[in-house]
Ligand binder design. Structure first.
Ligand code: ARG
Length: 590
């Protein structure tokens, strides 16, 4: 189904052509003076230059051509040469009826669907998830859903951080605490226990202690490095401990991602890319892409046009050890081999931008990807506290993601209990959904690259531009529909949305018609905040409409009643689709 703005443009273009002008001048856009008209075309101004005529004359000719067209209620030329367009009520209603019957409300899918790997997890085993991981998860999950909605094959990969010194540190600390564990007995050759010798909370306590301790004790740091080296080279006991760490962490991570309504198609790990490294290094050396510089193996990724410093991309340190960069490059090799994607998208804190820029240059230069493989990085800003500094706990520590989720959920629970009389258990369940909506909407309603302030009070408010307000609107519509169902009246298949009867109804309908246009921008610009803007407007227009319109009333004729019910059902369905794309759900009531 064509976007409404394209349908209108098509007619205006035809008229331009009829009058002997180029069709490009007929492009229409949403009016920036909604008090005057719904759509506008400013092409006569530009055409005036080419055809050396007064713009108003051109506009008048075009407008004359379109008089009597059933699609327009009013189409007029305004000085100096604007064309102001107001659609006919029948045309708007017809468009809505078409939307309702079509899959995805008539939104056209991608004509050439792509395979897209999205790397938006990046949690590290043995380390708790923090707010940075949350932003990555929230934004990535939404983009993935938008990509899929448009018909692409989008594959989310958690890309677990399970490689490198942190693992060695944890094992070294465990050895300090429990030296008698069988994993540390070098002469032991039997099977290792199935059960991990630590719980998730122990594990999370071990890493910070070990990390702090290693800063003060160089020998301990050395030992951790040695352990890491041995583990990476197949030491049985250390490998077994590492496996335990993975299992314990992954179980816990899945729980938290689940609470966030985030799920990954792939649970790949940094270690999965390791087998690709030796051959990749050989290839890079043999083909002259990599060179030794001050003892390290690097790829020069400078380009002539660079205005900023572009350090070489390092693959092997002087001692032969691999790095984060080596793993990321090998992961590209792995992804190309396993999925042959058209597009690989990474979503992390924008402080990693330079790393990714160099990674992409290296992959392209060395032809590890195809010429047209789209390697893309989206860097997000920081979530700040009200003081404008990165959000911290009260005692200044890094806030753990779980605690953040609890905090928001508790606040929502409090609000629900303050305002209504509800069973505690039910309120708890509702608060879970509403809390996640508050958190995600608070994040996604900002442009990803921007920093934003985490404002618990505002995010959880049931009014204003918030997740809970959107959910509240949905719940309200659901309850009207329930009421209607209780009247026992039925809507037969031949009933339709009729033409609007009031200005608020026109506004609501017009907002609905913009769905495809909005989804297309959200998709093209990879911008979930477009969806937030749209549903906030939609919810607002619904609210004005609701205040002025009697929906369940015997004064309405049967057809009018059915039309109103179909209309609000459409609003509900669009809102539900949109929140699904943002990655949260609505409760039945709240
Ligand atoms: N584990 C990393 C971190 O916590 C993020 C990984 C992001 N993805 C990647 N392919 N480098 O910072």
């Amino acid at each position: 189904m064509k976007k409404l703005v394209d349908l209108i443009s098509q007619e205006i273009k035809k008229a331009f052509v009829q009058k002997g002008y180029d069709e490009k001048y007929g492009q229409v856009s949403q009016s920036n003076r909604p008090d005057l008209c719904q759509y506008q075309c400013n092409g006569a101004m530009a055409a005036a230059k080419e055809y050396k005529k007064a713009p108003i004359m051109i506009a008048e000719e075009v407008v004359a051509e379109l008089q009597g067209d059933h699609r327009f209620k009013e189409i007029i030329a305004i000085m100096p040469g604007f064309i102001n367009i107001t659609l006919s009520d029948e045309f708007i209603a017809q468009y809505l009826n078409d939307m309702q019957r079509k899959e995805n409300f008539g939104c056209q899918k991608e004509v050439s669907p792509k395979t897209i790997v999205i790397d938006y997890g990046g949690p590290n085993i043995a380390k708790p998830l923090h707010v940075g991981h949350m932003r990555s998860a929230i934004i990535g999950e939404s983009l993935k859903r938008i990509f899929k909605f448009m018909g692409n094959n989008a594959i989310g990969d958690v890309h677990l951080g399970d490689w490198g010194t942190p693992m060695g540190l944890v094992i070294a600390e465990l050895k300090r605490r429990k030296p008698d564990l069988v994993y540390f007995d070098e002469s032991y050759s039997g099977e290792y226990p199935e059960e991990a010798p630590f719980t998730i909370s122990e594990l999370e306590d071990i890493y910070p202690t070990a990390s702090a301790y290693s800063k003060e004790n160089p020998e301990f740091h050395e030992e951790a490095k040695q352990i890491t080296f041995l583990m990476q080279n197949g030491h049985r006991g250390y490998m077994a401990l590492w496996k335990h760490m993975q299992e314990v962490s992954v179980t816990d991570l899945k729980k938290i991602y689940d609470r966030l309504n985030v799920s990954f198609e792939l649970w790949k790990k940094e270690s999965d890319a390791q087998p690709y490294i030796p051959e990749m290094i050989e290839y890079l050396k043999d083909n002259g892409y990599a060179e030794i510089s001050e003892g390290a193996l690097v790829v020069d990724v400078k380009e002539e046009t660079d205005t900023k410093e572009m350090p070489p991309f390092m693959l092997l340190k002087t001692d032969g050890a691999t790095l984060y960069s080596t793993t990321d490059l090998a992961t590209i090799v792995e992804r190309m081999k396993l999925f042959n994607p058209d597009h690989i998208l990474y979503i992390t804190d924008k402080r990693q931008e330079l790393h990714f820029e160099r990674l992409f240059r290296c992959a392209k230069k060395a032809k590890l990807v195809n010429e047209d493989t789209n390697l893309q990085f989206i860097g997000f800003g920081t979530m700040n506290g009200k003081d404008g500094k990165p959000f911290k706990t009260r005692d200044g520590g890094v806030l753990r993601l779980e605690h953040l989720i609890d905090m928001v959920t508790d606040e929502v629970y409090k609000k629900i209990m303050e305002n209504r009389d509800m069973d505690q258990a039910e309120a708890k369940e509702i608060a879970k959904k509403v809390g996640i909506a508050a958190l995600k909407y608070g994040d996604l309603s900002n442009q990803a690259s921007k920093d934003y302030v985490f404002d618990l009070e505002r995010f959880t408010s049931f009014e204003g531009n918030t997740g809970p307000y959107i959910l509240y609107t949905i719940v309200r519509i659901k309850s009207i529909l329930e009421k209607f169902n209780k009247t026992g009246k039925k809507i037969s298949d031949d009933m339709e949305v009729l033409k609007p009867e009031t200005p608020v109804e026109v506004d609501l309908m017009l907002q609905i018609t913009r769905f495809s246009d909005m989804i297309n921008s959200a998709y093209q610009e990879q911008a979930p905040h477009r969806i937030c803007q749209y549903i906030y407007d939609l919810a607002d227009k619904f609210s004005s409409f609701y205040h002025e319109t009697k929906i369940i009333s015997d004064e309405n004729s049967e057809k009018r009643q059915a039309s109103l019910i179909l209309l609000i059902t459409l609003v509900r369905d669009i809102l539900l689709t949109c929140i699904e794309l943002l990655g949260f759900e609505a409760p039945e009531r709240m």
